[in-house]
Design a binder for this molecule. Structure first.
Ligand SMILES: Cc1cc2nc3c(=O)[nH]c(=O)nc-3n(C[C@H](O)[C@H](O)[C@H](O)COP(=O)(O)OP(=O)(O)OC[C@H]3O[C@@H](n4cnc5c(N)ncnc54)[C@H](O)[C@@H]3O)c2cc1C
Length: 469
């Protein structure tokens, strides 16, 4: 009998365990999760009468097949829905519609950029120089440095940093290009990002298979993690919560995994689907080089505040807008606001009396500004005050929900890919059969986590089969 332990019950660990249950039907699989619930950074709950309203991730990318593929395998395709086609804005001392023709903030259409008042004329003229600049390359490995060099400071500070920064809670001047594959690919294969981006957009527009970029299960993102848990139980896996792993030791060709309460589990292979900082101490004696590097990884904490506002008190023109971003130079605590009821048709709230409510999700904090230790009343006052100031009227929420996400987003610093390669090489040499997967390594979004889980399960399966044969 082959024994496998997966540490961490987020989307990565759950997918890895599920994939192992498919690839190695006879294996004994144990999943150990420190928290008292499964799902990790994925969580949803009932709010404003809406079941499964997400407290964190509310959509996954469909341009890569990993999340949609997993949803299909789990029988969730019919449950998937996509955001309504509403426009988004940037607040820069007033609300500005995001110009069309951007790829994650990178301009691909100068005429449309010229019509926007978000950039000043000197800013627009500087951006217009991009197509004639010599190649920049990706060696500096900082999103901010690349964009500043190519398009100037205004495109970086008012477009790319707010868009990319709001996805990863990042300061993109200190964020590796590998964390943003679309911009990395554009920069590695084109001299001009603008011309390369324009060609890509033209190609996508002609492709009949191009559908919505994002999707989500109607019941909330926990429909995905819940379906994985159900599949694991059906496959006979041992799924334990409140079971933090305290240490991993070598026992000949195998591993002994010990939880904080002293329980031990023998394993032929282990997948560590835990954030880098939590993984480091588990590898301290097995692979000191990998552990020392993992301990240097940084994470950004964020707070998500969900508000319900009476639809009658909500300006009707805002129903056509999906939300807005606040660039760092004009930012206080609020970094982004999503008008959830405009973005998602199924997020239409009601109060106890049956009155209609709109739902807003407000993100506070980022890399370099961790607010997760602030008290509820300060966070709520900041959210209501700042958003009211941006929108120009006093917000009067009838309900709220505050979710803290300490260490929410790993921050991929310049040189991230090389660092991860070195860690994986050290581990393969010093602790073969022990694999890493998850948001800290090869991509932060849900599809990237699923892809890493699939890969780790496949590599471990091959390794264990080759040892047995
Ligand atoms: C607010 C927010 C919004 C987001 N929005 C989106 C979005 O819209 N789209 C998108 O694609 N992505 C989004 N993301 C990112 C995405 O949700 C995460 O990157 C992803 O869910 C991380 O999954 P993971 O399994 O790698 O890690 P985690 O979810 O962090 O899971 C790791 C698990 O390991 C457990 N653990 C740690 N140490 C131990 C130990 N010693 N023993 C046992 N267990 C341990 C932890 O308790 C945790 O449950 C968002 C994230 C946040 C926080």
């Amino acid at each position: 009998m082959i024994d496998i332990v997966v540490v961490g019950g987020g989307i990565t660990g759950l997918t890895a365990a599920y994939r192992l249950s498919k690839e190695m039907p006879g294996a004994r699989i144990t999943l150990l999760e420190a928290d008292d619930r499964l799902g990790g950074k994925i969580s949803s709950s009932t709010f404003a009468g809406i079941d499964g309203l997400d407290e964190s991730a509310d959509a996954f990318l469909t341009r890569v097949p990993y999340a949609t593929g997993l949803a299909a395998e789990l029988g969730l395709t019919a449950e998937l829905t996509s955001p309504a086609a509403a426009s988004a804005a940037v607040w820069w001392n007033g609300m500005h519609a995001i110009p069309e023709g951007l790829m994650l903030g990178v301009p691909t259409d100068l005429a449309r950029l010229a019509r926007s008042k978000l950039l000043s004329w000197p800013g627009k003229l500087r951006a217009a120089l991009e197509p004639i600049l010599p190649a920049t390359g990706v060696d500096a490995d900082s999103v901010g440095r690349l964009i500043r060099k190519r398009f100037g400071n205004q495109v970086q500070e008012r477009l790319v940093d707010p868009l990319v920064g709001s996805i990863y809670a990042a300061d993109t001047d200190r964020f590796s290009l590998v964390g943003v594959p679309q911009i990395f690919d554009l920069a590695s294969s084109n001299r001009s990002l603008l011309i390369g981006g324009r060609k890509l957009r033209a190609k996508a527009a002609k492709d009949p298979a191009t559908g919505p970029i994002f999707a989500t299960p109607r019941g909330g993102m926990t429909a995905l993690t819940g379906a994985l848990v159900d599949a694991l139980h059906a496959a006979g896996a041992d799924v334990r919560t409140s079971a933090p792993v305290a240490s991993i030791e070598r026992a000949g060709q195998a591993w002994i995994v010990t939880t904080a309460d002293g329980a031990t589990i023998r394993a032929d292979g282990v997948i560590l689907a835990t954030p880098a900082r939590s993984t480091a101490p588990l590898l301290a004696t097995l692979s000191p080089t990998a552990a020392a590097s993992l301990a240097t990884f940084e994470h950004a904490g964020v707070v998500m505040i969900t508000l319900a506002v009476r639809t009658l008190d909500w300006p009707s023109e805002l129903l056509r807008c999906s939300g807005y971003l606040v660039p760092k130079p004009v930012q206080q605590w609020v970094t982004a606001v999503s008008f959830g009821s405009s973005k998602w048709a199924h997020w239409q709230g009601t109060d106890g009396a049956g009155d209609a409510l709109v739902v807003l999700r407000i993100s506070l904090g980022r890399d370099g500004r961790d607010l997760t230790a602030k008290p509820d009343d300060e966070l709520l006052a900041a959210a209501v005050g700042e958003v009211g100031g941006h929108l120009g009227f006093a917000l009067a929420p009838v309900d709220h929900r505050i979710t803290r996400w300490p260490m929410a987003f790993p921050q991929y610093r310049p040189g991230h890919a090389e660092r991860v390669t070195a860690i994986e090489a050290a581990l393969a040499g010093e602790a073969p059969g022990l694999l890493l997967a998850g948001a800290s390594y090869h991509g932060i979004g849900i599809p990237a986590c699923i892809n890493q889980a699939n890969t780790a399960a496949r590599v471990l399966t091959d390794l264990l089969r080759s040892v047995r044969n």
